[in-house]
Design a protein around this ligand. Structure first.
Ligand SMILES: Cc1cc2nc3c(=O)[nH]c(=O)nc-3n(C[C@H](O)[C@H](O)[C@H](O)COP(=O)(O)O)c2cc1C
Length: 176
């Protein structure tokens, strides 16, 4: 089993997405597995917000920064998946699912979320059973939490997209 204690060099070598990808849109309901089965409630981005975008971007797990609710709201660390969820037979369409590294009292359905995706962490994997998937996501959270503190990734917390808020240009997305 790989160590959870990555060196600073390993963390820094995570592949930065250059330029970072910026998405924004409404939070929609997924299958509900994140909170019920995985202990990892995710904010699922409205597919209309990224349709036709990120088509040449590798499917996998990324890290970045997220802001829910628009201008002035806090910006949190996030690890997120882009692609189908191959561990589940019913998952055929690409989704963007963001797990925010913060405890929230409720869900975000209907709210606007702005994402700045700064680095690729790993490819999407097909896991046999919930246990290995949960372990992988826990590891993503640990690695992302540490890596986003590095200067080159922390800098994007102040990204204009987050500063200007998620509600000023709802349902638009860019990849630059
Ligand atoms: C950080 C992170 C990593 C993930 N990695 C995988 C993965 O490797 N394989 C996979 O099938 N799904 C992966 N997922 C997607 C989860 O399976 C998905 O978020 C979960 O099933 C909840 O989906 P739902 O919101 O539609 O219920 C990942 C999600 C997150 C947030």
């Amino acid at each position: 089993m790989p160590s959870l204690c990555l060196t600073a060099q390993q963390l820094a070598s995570l592949t930065a997405t250059s330029p970072p990808h910026r998405l924004r849109g409404a939070v929609v309901e997924g299958f509900g597995r994140g909170s019920k089965l995985l202990g990892c409630p995710t904010a699922n981005l409205d597919p209309a917000s990224f349709r036709g975008l990120l088509t040449d971007v590798p499917r996998g797990v990324y890290m970045g920064w997220a802001q829910v609710g628009g201008a002035g709201q806090p910006v949190y660390k996030t690890v997120l998946s882009l692609g189908t969820n191959p561990s589940f037979a019913d998952s055929r369409e690409d989704t963007v699912e963001s797990y925010l590294l913060h405890d929230f009292p409720g869900d975000f359905y209907g709210q606007q979320i702005a994402l700045v995706i700064v680095a690729f962490m790993r490819p999407m994997e097909k896991y046999n059973g919930l246990g290995p998937l949960i372990k992988a996501i826990e590891r993503d959270v640990r690695v992302g939490d540490r890596a986003l503190d590095l200067d080159q990734f922390r800098a994007f917390k102040e990204d204009d997209r987050c500063k200007s808020g998620a509600d000023s240009n709802a349902n638009s997305s860019t990849s630059a």
